[in-house]
Design a protein around this ligand. Sequence first.
Ligand SMILES: *[C@@H]1O[C@H](CO)[C@@H](O)[C@H](O)[C@H]1NC(C)=O
Ligand SMILES: *[C@@H]1O[C@H](CO)[C@@H](O)[C@H](O)[C@H]1NC(C)=O
Ligand SMILES: *[C@@H]1O[C@H](CO)[C@@H](O)[C@H](O)[C@H]1NC(C)=O
Ligand SMILES: *[C@@H]1O[C@H](CO)[C@@H](O)[C@H](O)[C@H]1NC(C)=O
Ligand SMILES: *[C@@H]1O[C@H](CO)[C@@H](O)[C@H](O)[C@H]1NC(C)=O
Length: 304
Amino acid sequence: MNSKIYFSLFLGLKLIVLINSKKLRIIEGEYALPGQFPHQVSIQAMTLDNCTDHLCGGSIIDEWHILTAAHCFTDEFTHQFVDMPLTVVAGTVDLLNRSSGIYHDVLVVFIPFSYTLNGVDEFNHDIAILKLRDPLPLGSHPYLGVVNLPASDQYLPPDNQTAIVSGFGVYNQTDGPYFQIISSPKSRYLKFNYGTINVPDRDGCLDTQVCVESLKLQKGYLEGACYGDSGGPLYDETTNTLIGVVSSKRYEWCGNISRFTRVSAHLDFIHQVVADKIDSTILYSTQSHYYGSQYHKYTVCDMD
Ligand SMILES: *[C@@H]1O[C@H](CO)[C@@H](O)[C@H](O)[C@H]1NC(C)=O
Ligand SMILES: *[C@@H]1O[C@H](CO)[C@@H](O)[C@H](O)[C@H]1NC(C)=O
Ligand SMILES: *[C@@H]1O[C@H](CO)[C@@H](O)[C@H](O)[C@H]1NC(C)=O
Ligand SMILES: *[C@@H]1O[C@H](CO)[C@@H](O)[C@H](O)[C@H]1NC(C)=O
Ligand SMILES: *[C@@H]1O[C@H](CO)[C@@H](O)[C@H](O)[C@H]1NC(C)=O
């Protein structure tokens, strides 16, 4: 069977730690404390029936910009923008505690033109930047902070240091009928786990990606990014630096080796967007909705 069948994206997902039994997968992930990952955001879309739906993770790189994954905002097949009213929820580890977060509407979504050049099974250059309508109050909120960008030569192989993956994605998968894998609903709480960067992957890992194996997988337990974690950070906590962006998993079950977009390979894109130097290497989509601080009054779509 073609391994690409098992190559799926982490859109609409959670973070998991799973026992290696395909009958029942038990959650063991660690819960993040308030302010532990102050750069982590939840990127949400308002659905047609007016509930707020966690879509993807992202990282605050400055008061105006969130770094995330292109596949969160583009059609799976055409890689063209999908029109959804997007809002960023920052400063919280509990998406159902509406008083703990702050809510900022998205004004523009930027992706590299090179992302759209890749076919359906390729997720190269899976990176995006959201520009907010209003700046984040970075100095005046206890649980908000920026993550540093890496230098162009940082975190390259053979560096195999430990890094952290965090997200609001699914944490539980079970066997369904007809060999289906059933994932739990998304998680209200932020979770995280540790992994080793730049591990070899059977199917190869592009230079523009970082392949990561969790420390538990090395002992036979599945653990790691899953649906809903897309766009979120692969993080070096010792230097507060962003190494990668959750992009996709290569194998059947979540928690096996997962793939991240290598941030250091996309610094030109990032610097261009942040400096507002938009040229033909960058595509963008502008948003016009305005929920602002009223966003928290809408119902949250189903979560665990
Ligand atoms: C959603 O909210 C808008 C604006 O308040 C309203 O016009 C629309 O009817 C609502 N849709 C549903 C399905 O409730
Ligand atoms: C919600 O978040 C606020 C601010 O962080 C906190 O003080 C409060 O205890 C939280 N409420 C619940 C029910 O967790
Ligand atoms: C990391 O790399 C070093 C040097 O190549 C090697 O000795 C070590 O076993 C590696 N550690 C892991 C966890 O792969
Ligand atoms: C996994 O998720 C399903 C569906 O939400 C739930 O019924 C089941 O109890 C969960 N299992 C564990 C071990 O958490
Ligand atoms: C991870 O995926 C590989 C390739 O499909 C497979 O051989 C291995 O058993 C998987 N690991 C676990 C713990 O399921």
